[in-house]
Design a binder for this molecule. Sequence first.
Ligand SMILES: Cc1cc2nc3c(=O)[nH]c(=O)nc-3n(C[C@H](O)[C@H](O)[C@H](O)COP(=O)(O)OP(=O)(O)OC[C@H]3O[C@@H](n4cnc5c(N)ncnc54)[C@H](O)[C@@H]3O)c2cc1C
Length: 304
Amino acid sequence: MKAFVFSEELDLLNELVAGATQLAGEGAEVTAIALSDVAFEVKGATKVLSVELPADAPVDAVAPSIALAVEEAQPVFVLIGATRIGHSIAARVAAKLGTSAIVDAKAVEMVDGAPQVLHMLFGGAALRNDVATGPVSVITLPAAMYEPLGAASGSVEAINWVEPAAKVVKKGTRKKEASSKDVTTEKVVVCGGAGLKSRDDLAMIEDLANKLDGVTGCTRPLTEGADALFSGEPYIGCSGVYVRPDLYIGVGVSGQTQHTVGFEDAKVTVAINSDKNASIFRYSDYGIVGDFRAVVPALASLIG
Ligand SMILES: Cc1cc2nc3c(=O)[nH]c(=O)nc-3n(C[C@H](O)[C@H](O)[C@H](O)COP(=O)(O)OP(=O)(O)OC[C@H]3O[C@@H](n4cnc5c(N)ncnc54)[C@H](O)[C@@H]3O)c2cc1C
């Protein structure tokens, strides 16, 4: 069975290759479309198609090249990494192929030779199983669903960039100052919520995250406003930032659906909240009712 995968993020692309290989089963022919700077680093694909974008093209301008390659090869499904850029690309590829993109998959299984996709609706308030009716399914998948394969890929072949009909020109790029750790792939996530009010509060959860060799994440309110503690950072939830760590600790997080969908696949969940009725406790394996300014330093001192 033929399958295509794409992500602008190499680690996610390698995970999708593994996922597509597993789903396509015996005789899987998995073609990875990769941006040219990482094409030789793709693991486990049958074939890699390398696309070089012009310097002034934004990444989502790769969509027509993917659509053309898919039209020519006629795979059964296309997996695209569920990043913000990936969602934009999936929508364009699906439109070009005359189908819909099924986004934010939680699980995919093959039923009668076609992928059946369990995915979120209404910002995570509901789940639905969908099967695409067209000849090809376009599906977006988040990180950490599949373990990458170790083996090198087969051939790497350059394909021509196909210019989008409506061209957007990149005028410049600015490097974002962000944590060097990726919240979607770390094993421990300490998530700050709107209960955090100051840099001192932030330093408290950073200290706990460091001691647990993890990373800090946040809910949406902590990203809003110029002086927000996580200004401009991605926030966990139906924004598309899904985490699956071994341990998630929510600190001053109330537990509203738009956020909880982002961490519900964590192996162990701990909530620290001063309100004993906070709904996050319903999603938690362990709950501590109390002021995090007392609880977090106490936990950190227990660790070392
Ligand atoms: C279309 C849409 C999409 C959205 N997408 C997202 C998304 O992707 N991700 C997301 O996070 N949100 C999202 N939201 C916002 C979401 O609905 C919630 O508003 C948000 O998740 C709440 O964040 P919070 O729990 O940090 O804040 P709050 O709900 O304000 O909760 C703060 C909590 O801190 C506790 N607290 C306060 N002080 C202390 C203390 N000293 N010690 C202990 N506990 C304390 C309080 O008891 C309270 O429970 C979205 C909303 C909409 C409408």
